[in-house]
Design a protein. Structure first.
Lengths: 482, 502, 95
């Protein structure tokens, strides 16, 4: 039987604020000694009270706007009650029936098909503490407790693990694009949980779902959901029944396992948080935040295609992050040729960044410096291959292209007399290629051009060298130049 | 008059004139505590070293020209308000060893105003109760009859003031816990408007109902302490940003034209005749002073008790979830697993009334019962609030009894929770509606004090103080004190303690 | 609507209260009496009445995103029943 996979995601996103959600403790806990970013509020000491971080609210609204959500006019916080050692107050301050934003969408493109995935809601809550296991006991560090956490819930619109992976990746791109989160999955700044079920093709009713946790990379999202879908299909094929449960992805074993310890009888007893007055978002305030929203990746990609004649692929690559797109457009502004700049940025520049494991934010070659290099190519001062070498040097030393070309004497040789001498030597030294050419293989000249380039350490102008070679070959053959 | 029996304003005059130092005054109060507290049992902890150090500092401040309103005045603090470095138990075994690393805003403000901490007072566990019998440690006695309760939950602070073991006391009022004990021990208790006094550092019981306020020997003192406590606090999101008026200017004995409402639902069957008589007489006094008295109806009064006993326990069930033996307080020995740690810690640490309310609140919020109980109670709360809104469009204050009975004998109601809850029947509507109110002495019934309650609209404290002050000036009740036999052994104990302090 | 013992046990588990049999029996009876009393609320028609979750009328109370000093680790752990290596220690939590 053929099965359809149904997936919905719940993504938890740590917001890039300076201080925690309800207190002034710093959020820079990564690498800090345990329990040093903690105060009476986030430790849940008796008598301590929460105060809402304005920035976290604004970031959530901005995220909602970027995901085409409706922004609530009236929102409130609620207490979600359950006992766990990582929950200092015995309840989590979250949002239940009146979240900040709801009903949006995000497009994903898989195998050339664009699909619109519904966003159920984006709400704001507080992160929990971190538990570490040590033999018979566990240790609790509250540094992470109270960090602003945004929960983004999708509709069950995803139909394959690959769609889920692409969705998560697109979401990360947006979150970074609008500057609300690092989206770093390994550091836990973006945590993707999935609800997944399978059903026979054509069946309207959803199958029983399981919730998958501990997927710490986009690759893990895809692998875990592929495994889980197959596991569910196998169970059904053998006449079994899916048990609704939470399962954890075990990366090392490549499988999901039941997490019985998370199977409490869930009755969260949500009720309005009496310590926090409600939030009333005026349209003026929402419009003020909307005005802060940068041009979003899809819109920007469309514009790059229309304005610079880029392919969809190139536009996609150059809008992989806002910093890349900004870099690209700054270089175009300095140079002028959108296509040429696109080739250099997505080709050589990305290769160098990957090699150095750097993000574009840290690139040592400014957009203006790249434009200068390209102008040296345009005016024939250097050739393409020399330009690649010069870019490597620029990347390594931060020097400008002109300086490197001058200092190393890399100026392209276009001088006819100088090249004619080199070409004559190459012809004399390569009788076989010459014979091939004269025997009717015009492509043999390419080999000879290569030899000229080699002899001049890449400085020969390949177009001029080719012309001279053909001229010499034809002359000594007694024919007229074509 | 003996020093420990002074009011704030009398002590302040003596301190300001140079006839008295804060150290002398504080020593007098400490001596009084050593002399009588083994009978009254108002204090859970007395802090003589802290008190004398603060008193010396107050005397230095005064010498330097400081005239802060409470400078050098010793007071008693309910043990539900956090004090950095000093045990804060909330009357509970689960916090018997808990030492907060920070001060509550209310305590900080009192210290800034110059007040001297004598110690932390007994209370019903987590402020749940009307008699102090729910304290995990002991029951406080009513100075008027040691076999009777002082009321609760702020019974320790109230009894301390009534027995002259403090110049003033600080209590908290979630459903009447300042006003009811004030009435039962014959002093003044003021519960401010919700949001007027910061709750930061007040260990929460019912977060939407809790409020800190003064317990004092007269109305003038209540105005002085309220002035020090009140004000916006950015650490409490429910704290009102409205500027604080000068409450002393409200203390005028002329109440001609003051519109006073008498709600008929507050004179019900089952009320003690002596209480009704005293309150009716008091209303006559107000009318005689020129107040315009009229009868009104607060039709949803009968629903206030069940509404309160759903909302307060619901909030409490969440507020008390943090006591799990992980971070502070009592923790079960040798738990078999994490769930055993939680269950056993909480079973061992909480008393019966706290467990009862946690159970009640958990039930009212749980799936399937939320709409019938919690949501219904929230809606009824709206109706109760509207009743008052209606009355306050025509009246400045409401006047009624504080409690349907005088102080009851210790043990009389412990086996019947519902009967105990009825002690709050006249006080808890105010908390649900977020109003302000106070109780002042208005006579005696069978030799025990009766309280007269004034209720005012949100931020209506000046009207309350005006009505109460005028009544007080016209009557002798606030000058009457319980007589206590001095205990010889505790006087001797006191000398040892003083030697240690010195 | 009187409570039964099973409901009391279920509620106790939600609240993580380990009650003795005696307590369970007593609470079943006492909570039933209180809930009976609370049943008078059901006689009110509140279908058109908004809920009041808090009083005071405040809204949009927020603070600027500024980091402030935290407690020292020693202060954080000062009241801890059990601690180890700068952290709170509890019986093993199995995920």
């Amino acid at each position: 039987m053929d099965y359809e996979i149904v997936i919905g995601l719940e993504c938890h996103v740590q917001l890039l604020t300076q201080s925690k959600m309800f207190c002034g403790c710093a959020t820079d806990y990564d690498g800090a000694p345990p329990n040093t970013r903690v105060c009476p509020v986030c430790l849940g000491l008796p008598g301590a009270l929460p105060v809402i971080n304005r920035k976290a609210v604004e970031y959530t609204v901005i995220t909602g706007l970027a995901l085409h959500c409706q922004i609530a006019e009236f929102a409130k916080f609620d207490r979600k009650n359950y006992h766990y050692p990582d929950l200092a107050k015995g309840y989590q301050i979250s949002q239940y029936d009146l979240p900040l934003t709801r009903q949006g969408w995000l497009d994903v493109e898989v195998e050339g098909q664009t699909k619109r995935v519904g966003i159920t809601r984006v709400h704001l809550e507080e992160d929990t503490a971190k538990n570490t296991h040590l033999g018979e006991t566990s240790l609790v560090d509250y540094n992470r407790a109270g960090v602003p956490l945004m929960e983004i819930v999708t509709e069950p619109d995803l139909r394959s693990p690959e769609e889920a992976r692409v969705f998560a990746s697109n979401l990360r791109r947006i979150l970074r694009w609008i500057g609300v989160s690092t989206g770093d999955m390994e550091a836990g700044a973006l945590r993707v949980d999935a609800n997944i079920s399978v059903r026979p093709q054509g069946q309207a009713k959803f199958g029983t779902k399981t919730e998958i946790k501990n997927m710490n990379s986009f690759r893990a999202v895809k692998l875990a959901l592929e495994y889980e879908a197959q596991r569910q299909i196998d169970v059904l094929e053998h006449g079994g029944r899916i048990v609704q449960e939470t399962r954890g992805w075990v990366e090392g074993e490549g499988r999901t396992v039941s997490q019985r310890s998370k199977e409490f009888a869930h009755d969260y007893r949500y009720f309005p948080e009496p310590d926090l007055p409600p939030l009333v978002l005026s349209s003026t305030e929402v419009e003020r935040l909307r005005a802060q929203l940068p041009e979003l990746p899809e819109a920007r990609a469309e514009r790059l295609m229309a304005r610079y004649g880029l392919s969809q692929y190139d536009a996609g690559v150059l809008t992989g992050s806002r910093a890349v797109a900004d870099y690209y457009e700054a270089a175009v502004a300095a140079h002028g040729n959108g296509k040429a700049v696109a080739n250099w940025v997505s080709g050589e520049m990305f290769r160098l960044l990957r090699g150095a494991t750097l993000e574009i934010e840290a690139v040592p070659v400014s957009p203006q410096a790249l434009a200068e290099l390209l102008r040296l190519v345009d005016d024939g001062t250097i050739g393409i291959s020399v330009a690649k070498t010069v870019l490597e040097e620029m990347f390594a030393t931060g020097q400008r292209a002109g300086e490197i070309v001058r200092a190393k004497g890399l100026t392209q040789i276009s001088d006819q007399d100088q090249l004619r001498q080199v070409a004559a030597d190459i012809i004399a030294a390569n009788p076989k290629a010459v014979a091939d050419y004269r025997g009717g293989k015009p492509t043999a000249v390419k080999f000879l051009v290569g030899q000229v380039m080699r002899a001049t350490r890449g400085q020969a102008n390949p177009t001029v060298a080719s012309e001279i070679l053909e001229q010499l070959l034809n002359e000594s053959n007694g024919r007229q130049p074509s | 008059m003996e020093l420990h029996a002074l009011t704030i304003h009398a002590a302040r005059a003596a301190l300001q004139s140079g006839d008295l130092t804060s150290v002398t005054l504080t020593e007098s109060l400490l001596n009084r505590i050593y002399a009588v507290d083994n009978q009254i049992r108002a204090y859970l902890s007395v802090t003589p070293e802290v008190a004398l150090e603060q008193a010396e500092e107050a005397d230095r401040r005064r010498a330097a020209g400081d005239t802060s309103p409470l400078l050098g005045i010793p007071f008693a603090l309910k043990d539900v308000i956090c004090t950095e470095g000093l045990t804060t138990t909330c009357g509970s075994r689960i916090l018997h060893n808990y030492i907060p690393p920070y001060d509550a805003t209310a305590y900080r403000r009192l210290r800034e105003a110059g007040a001297i901490l004598l110690g932390k007072t007994n209370m019903d566990e987590f402020a749940m109760g009307s008699s102090t019998e729910n304290s995990a440690f002991f029951t406080t006695r009513n100075p008027w009859d040691l076999e009777r309760v002082p009321g609760g939950s702020s019974g320790g602070s109230a009894a301390a003031v009534a027995a002259d073991e403090a110049i003033f006391g600080i209590g908290t009022d979630t459903g009447g816990s300042i006003r009811q004990p004030a009435a039962l021990v014959g002093i003044v208790g003021l519960r401010p408007t919700y949001g007027r006094v910061s709750r930061f550092g007040l260990v929460a019981y019912g977060s939407s109902l809790d409020q800190i306020g003064p317990l004092t020997k007269d109305v003038t003192d209540a105005a002085l302490v309220l002035g020090a406590l009140a004000g916006h606090d950015p650490l409490d999101s429910t704290s009102l940003p409205t500027p604080v008026p000068n409450y002393e200017t409200a203390l005028r004995s002329d109440i001609r034209g003051l519109r006073v409402a008498v709600p008929k639902e507050y004179f019900v069957e089952g009320m003690e005749p002596g209480v009704e008589r005293a309150v009716r007489d008091a209303i006559q006094v107000l009318a005689g002073l020129g107040a315009e008295v009229g009868e009104v109806s607060l039709p949803h009064t009968e629903y206030a008790l069940p509404t309160y006993y759903i909302i307060a326990p619901a909030e409490a069930s969440a507020n008390l979830a943090r006591y799990d033996g992980v971070r502070y307080g009592h923790s079960a020995a040798n738990p078999s697993d994490i769930w055993d740690l939680f269950r056993t810690t909480r079973d061992e640490g909480f008393g019966a009334e706290v467990k009862r309310r946690i159970m009640l609140g958990t039930y009212a919020l749980s799936a399937g019962y939320y709409d019938a109980y919690y949501r219904k109670a929230q809606q009824t709360r709206t109706l109760i609030k509207r009743d008052f809104d209606q009355v306050f469009t025509h009246y400045d204050v409401v006047v009624c009894p504080t409690s349907p009975s005088v102080a009851f004998p210790i043990g009389a109601r412990v086996d019947n929770p519902l009967q105990m809850y009825l002690a709050d029947i006249f006080t808890l509507s105010l908390n649900l509606a977020g109003l302000c109110g106070m109780s002042i002495p208005c006579g005696f019934s069978e030799g025990l004090p009766v309280g007269l309650q004034f209720m005012g609209p949100p931020l209506g404290e000046p009207a309350l103080l005006r009505a109460a002050y005028a009544y007080e000036q016209a009557t002798p009740w606030h000058t009457m004190k319980a007589s206590l036999p001095l205990d010889v052994t505790s006087s001797e104990l006191n000398e040892t303690d003083e030697a240690e302090i010195g | 609507m009187p409570l039964d013992l099973a409901t009391v046990e279920q509620v106790a588990e939600l609240a993580k209260l380990g009650l003795t049999d005696d307590e369970k029996a007593r609470f079943t009876e006492q909570l039933s009496a209180i809930l009976d009393y609370a049943a008078r609320l059901q006689t009110l028609d509140t279908s058109a009445i908004p809920a009041t979750a808090m009083v005071g009328g405040l809204e949009n109370v927020m603070r600027p995103d500024e980091a402030r000093p935290s407690l020292s680790q020693a202060d954080v752990l000062a009241n801890a029943p059990r601690s180890h290596a700068g952290q709170f220690q509890v019986p093993a939590i199995l995920d």
